[in-house]
Design a protein around this ligand. Structure first.
Ligand code: CA
Length: 236
């Protein structure tokens, strides 16, 4: 059983989600606006395993809620509900630190599958024993990428990673030394439409460079490959 927070002001949608999540054996709580969601998530008493977060909320919107959570060091997986066809929403959501998105209106079965995927990835990231094929801890040039703990450690600094940042780093490590295209990152890493504005990836790379590079503006490990995308080089 997982505890899931539904942040949605449209009552019929929120109640429908709660009904279906409870039918799957989860415990679901509804927060009708961002303020109440933040109070629940940042409060001491409740611990949630995932959040379904609508973008359109009265007062504080979903982007602000996600950004405040991440700024407070809270890394619960977030599935954001965006307006259909709005690439801008998707990009802003990722930049705010969300892990996955689903356009509205959505098919209930798809939403349930995405929630399941989010919970599975989190469990996998947190609990699974290291496997030879996919090391959970990868070390290069004095840096440690700890996929199990979802963090990057460089000297005495530790940076927490979102599920999406973890997935991207894993992919780059797996393809170390080879250029990977932005399109491949969108499709293969995140399962997003390849026609999405690729600047979203550039923003992720900027963030990852801040974690691992000595001088993010002159990167050694996460290189730009002009006209293609990026290349991870563990020993430049
Ligand atoms: Ca709404």
């Amino acid at each position: 059983m997982s505890r899931i927070l539904i942040v949605e002001d449209e009552q019929h949608i929120a109640e429908g989600l709660r009904f279906n999540l409870e039918a799957e054996g989860h415990e679901a709580t509804i927060a009708p606006d961002g303020e109440r969601a933040l109070a629940l998530l940042l409060g001491e008493r409740c611990r949630f395993d995932a959040v379904i977060l609508d973008v359109m909320l009265p007062g504080k919107d979903g982007f602000a809620v996600a950004a405040e959570l991440r700024a407070a060091g809270h890394y619960v997986p977030i599935l954001m509900l965006t307006a259909r066809g709005s690439a801008a929403d998707v990009l802003r959501g990722f930049e705010a630190g969300t892990d996955d998105y689903l356009p509205k209106p959505f098919e209930l079965s798809i939403l349930m599958a995405r929630v399941k995927g989010l919970l599975r990835r989190r469990r996998w990231n947190e609990q699974e024993a290291p496997q030879a094929a996919a090391p959970d801890v990868y070390t290069f040039a004095g840096r440690t990428l700890d996929f199990a703990a979802m963090e990057v450690r460089v000297r005495d600094e530790t940076h927490r990673l979102t599920v999406m940042e973890c997935d991207l780093l894993r992919y780059l490590v797996r393809n170390a030394g080879q250029p990977v295209s932005r399109r491949a990152i969108l499709e293969e890493v995140w399962g997003l439409p390849p026609d999405l504005d690729t600047r979203a990836i550039d923003n992720f790379i900027v963030r990852l460079r801040r974690y691992i590079e000595d001088r993010p503006a002159a990167p050694n490990f996460l290189q730009t490959v002009r006209g293609v995308g990026y290349r991870f080089v563990p020993e430049p």
